[in-house]
Each structure stands twice: as structure tokens, then as C-alpha cells.
Design a protein around this ligand. Structure first.
Ligand SMILES: [Zn+2]
Length: 111
């Protein structure tokens, strides 16, 4: 009848209810987060090798990059720690040598 009755991942029962945070199975008592399995919105960002990148990853530059508006050049092989994925014309916010910079994912590889 219902188009979206959650099914217990433990015992496959449809006898369950949502208690405001978790879905609770009436058959086996299992609790799970039915909402989070369908609504996670991860940014789909891949490095130059096609490996998926995530917040907090470390990446390495694969070519020299001149910083816009300055004479600073980031050297190939420089490491950016703890990247943050963003939406826009570049995909990565990070720090290299203490400088806050923005990078395109196609110029880095996962460390
Ligand atoms: Zn169950």
C-alpha cells in the first residue's frame, strides 16, 4: 500500500515506526537511521586519477601552479592537508604552507 515503507535491515519486517530520530522495528527491536541512507548529499569530486576525494583528505599537487594575483608558485609535489570540498569553479579549499588556497581537483592526487 505505502510506497515507502521502510524494511528492517535486520529481519526484513515492515512492522516498524519512526520515533523522530530512528526507525524502530516492532519485530526485533532493531533501530536504524532510515532517512540518512537515502539523503546523504556528498559532493562528487575526483582527483586526477579518478579517485574520490572527501573532506579531510590530504592531496598532492601534480603540477606547478601559479597563484592568481601573486607571484607565488606552488610546486608540484606540495602537500595540502585536510582539504575541504566546495562547490564552484574550483572544488577544493585547503592550505599549503600556511596559505589558504583554492584548487581544482584535476591538478591534485590523493596523498
Ligand atoms: Zn527487525
Amino acid at each position: 500500500m505505502s510506497e515507502s515503507t521502510p524494511i528492517c535491515p535486520q529481519c526484513a519486517s515492515e512492522q516498524n515506526y519512526f520515533d523522530g530520530t530512528f526507525t524502530v522495528c516492532l519485530e526485533c527491536g532493531h533501530e536504524w537511521d532510515a532517512a540518512s541512507t537515502t539523503s546523504t548529499q556528498e559532493l562528487d569530486v575526483k582527483d586526477s586519477n579518478g579517485n574520490p576525494l572527501a573532506n579531510g583528505d590530504d592531496v598532492i599537487l601534480i603540477k606547478d601552479l601559479k597563484l592568481k594575483g601573486s607571484s607565488t608558485v606552488l610546486k608540484k609535489g606540495a602537500k595540502a592537508k585536510g582539504i575541504r570540498l566546495v562547490e564552484g569553479d574550483h572544488e577544493i579549499d585547503c592550505k599549503v604552507d600556511g596559505m589558504k588556497i583554492m584548487l581544482k581537483a584535476c591538478f591534485v592526487k590523493k596523498a
